[in-house]
Design a protein around this ligand. Structure first.
Ligand SMILES: [Zn+2]
Length: 320
């Protein structure tokens, strides 16, 4: 997979420009200063400044996080009203939906069921938290029909699309979804954790949805990935106030244990790190030489990153 297949360059640049403008005009008068989002340590120091926002790094666990950060209320209104969020949900995602289905969701669905059968997890139902327009649920259902599928999705338009596809939907944020507590064998949440105001509350809410011994899979961004470590504050992933949380491997473990999970596995099956650096216009000497050695060397390098948990695309697989 190439970055351009899921983020066509022109469309993505338009989004990044809108996001930059939104960030720079953001009202920061009621920002909240916080401790590390993963381990709660107060030992943090300023790491990056970008578009009027600051990111701290935790000296205890190595997590990068936006600090100070917008309140929950401000963030919610940002996701409803800002031009970049509107562009993302109304123009960007619909245009790339089918490509994302083919390149991302189909593959993830297969990988997820492989993991479930490897671990011999009994599963009768599954809930997708932040399900968007339900594409992942559709792909899961194509593979395994004899499971009940559910969605929690706060967006009004998205919820109605999911309902029309025949899935049961709770139109709420997961933090307010108590009525579905202790209901599920498995909960998934793709690319939501990086956006949330309070990661520990988000992960706790997912834990609450699970039955005893249930599992979750959360995919998100991590700090200790090749593209982010190479590009630093110039990484497009460090995009305030959309992306707020970038835990380290240790940070993910501490965060999920703190939220009540008993077993936590962190994997980084991302395939785009090298391609992202190559597309960034900030090619380092190392990447230049790597590229000159040919496609198979680039591919093997990306495989090395996956194997050694050095990609910024993270899967957290955890047991309640
Ligand atoms: Zn920490």
């Amino acid at each position: 997979m190439k970055e351009s297949e899921i983020r066509p360059r022109k469309l993505f640049e338009k989004y990044l420009n809108l996001a930059k403008k939104d960030a720079e005009s953001f009202d920061n008068s009621n920002f909240e200063t916080i401790n590390c989002v993963s381990c709660e340590s107060a030992l943090v120091k300023l790491k990056y400044k970008k578009d009027g926002f600051k990111y701290s790094i935790c000296e205890s666990c190595g997590t990068l996080f936006c600090n100070p950060r917008p309140s929950l209320k401000t963030l919610n209104s940002f996701y409803k009203n800002s031009s970049s969020a509107k562009f993302w949900f109304e123009e960007f995602l619909p245009k790339v939906e089918e490509n994302r289905r083919e390149k991302i969701f189909k593959k993830k669905a297969i990988q997820l069921f492989n993991l479930i059968s490897e671990k011999k997890i009994p599963i009768s139902n599954l809930c997708d938290v932040g399900a968007g327009s339900g594409v992942f649920l559709e792909e899961l259902q194509k593979i395994k029909e004899d499971i009940s599928y559910f969605a929690i999705e706060p967006g009004e338009l998205s919820s109605s699309i999911i309902t029309d596809k025949g899935f049961s939907v709770l139109q709420k944020s997961v933090e307010y979804s108590e009525e579905w507590n202790n209901k599920f064998d498995f909960v998934v949440s793709l690319e939501v954790l990086e956006h949330v105001n309070k990661p520990v509350d988000f992960v706790k809410s997912i834990n609450n949805l699970l039955k005893k011994d249930g599992y979750c899979l959360i995919t998100t961004l991590g700090y200790e990935g090749f593209d982010i470590l190479t590009l630093g504050e110039n990484s497009n992933s460090i995009s305030p106030p959309h992306h707020l949380n970038f835990p380290s491997l240790k940070g993910f473990e501490l965060l999920f244990k703190r939220a009540g999970f008993s077993e936590v596995d962190v994997l980084t099956p991302g395939v785009l790190d090298v391609d992202i650096v190559l597309n960034s216009g900030r090619i380092t000497e190392f990447i230049k030489v790597l590229k000159s050695r040919g496609d198979s060397v680039v591919r093997e390098f990306q495989e090395f990153l996956i194997k050694n948990r050095l990609s910024s695309h993270v899967w957290v697989f955890a047991k309640k």
